[in-house]
Design a protein around this ligand. Structure first.
Ligand code: NAP
Length: 243
């Protein structure tokens, strides 16, 4: 059985760093992306150049149809491969004050960040149960723990995934599957482009934004043998920024 790590939103940012790290750990990597094929190809090539195995798989995580057809088809067609690590990383933000927020901004963020967890995880779990082994790691956010103004949609989506992480961990622990979350603070990616790092230095004890690789290291730990007795946890990677 070839062991795979599926990283949603693996084309850029934190997901790319996680994909590279998973490859370093010896997993073949399924690099999911939505529209940015060029960046997904870059991630796949970077893994191949280092002697790893990777393939890009396009599906929109906010679409249950695309998940069920495209990811479902991949699972059906690859019975010799098993997804041992699932990293639910793809996410978007559409910030607005609740009073001004159109329904589209509420629903699209919830669909992309929270509903995706349900549809993707449900497809991947049966293979893990069969192997009696698996790691599910959800990339959430400080915003889902603390709540951030202008992010009611985003905070709700990430808090929802945190609740689901804790509940699912208790459902499938006896099957040898762990479920954890990693909650980044401010990380330098396309998502935080335009946010002035200098403005936030004063409130971040480490006085800087984090690197995608610093999040990937934590995800890698949770995917490693060393984390075999950790489940239902949320690990903050935020430079000490809690309140
Ligand atoms: P990013 O640089 O904007 O990258 C987003 C990634 O998600 C891209 O690979 C993108 O694919 C993918 N994606 C977005 N919508 C998708 C969809 N509908 N279907 C499939 N893939 C989709 O974001 P990031 O900063 O790396 O964030 C990664 C995760 O960390 C997100 O869940 C985010 O909420 C969380 N997070 C980030 C920060 C931060 O400061 N950066 C802080 C806390 C939490 P394409 O390339 O195809 O567009």
């Amino acid at each position: 059985m070839i062991k795979y790590a599926l990283v949603t939103g693996g084309s850029r940012g934190i997901g790319r760093a996680i994909s590279l790290k998973m490859a370093e750990m010896g997993f073949a990597v399924l690099v999911n992306y939505n529209s940015n094929k060029a960046e997904a190809t870059k991630t796949v090539e970077a893994i191949n150049e280092k002697g790893g195995t990777a393939e890009a798989l396009q599906f929109n995580v906010s679409s249950k149809e695309e998940i069920n057809t495209k990811l479902g088809r991949w699972i059906e067609a690859n019975k010799d491969k098993v997804i041992e690590v699932l990293v639910n990383n793809a996410g978007i933000r559409k910030d607005n004050l609740l009073m001004m927020m159109p329904e589209e901004e509420w629903h699209s963020v919830l669909q992309t960040n929270l509903d995706s967890f349900y549809y993707i995880t449900k497809l991947v779990i049966p293979g893990m149960m069969f192997q009696r082994n698996g790691r599910i790691i959800n990339v959430v956010s400080l915003s889902g723990i603390k709540g951030l103004p202008g992010q009611t949609n985003y905070s709700a989506s990430k808090a929802g995934v945190i609740g689901a992480t804790k509940a699912l961990a208790q459902e499938i622990g006896r099957k040898g599957i762990t479920v954890n979350a990693v909650a980044p603070g401010f990380i330098k990616t396309d998502m935080t482009e335009g946010i002035d790092e200098k403005q936030f230095r004063a409130i971040i004890p480490m006085q800087r934004f984090g690197e995608a690789e610093e999040v990937a290291e934590t995800v890698a730990f949770l995917a490693s043998k060393g984390a075999s007795y950790i489940t239902g946890e949320v690990i903050n990677v935020n430079g000490g920024l809690y309140t």
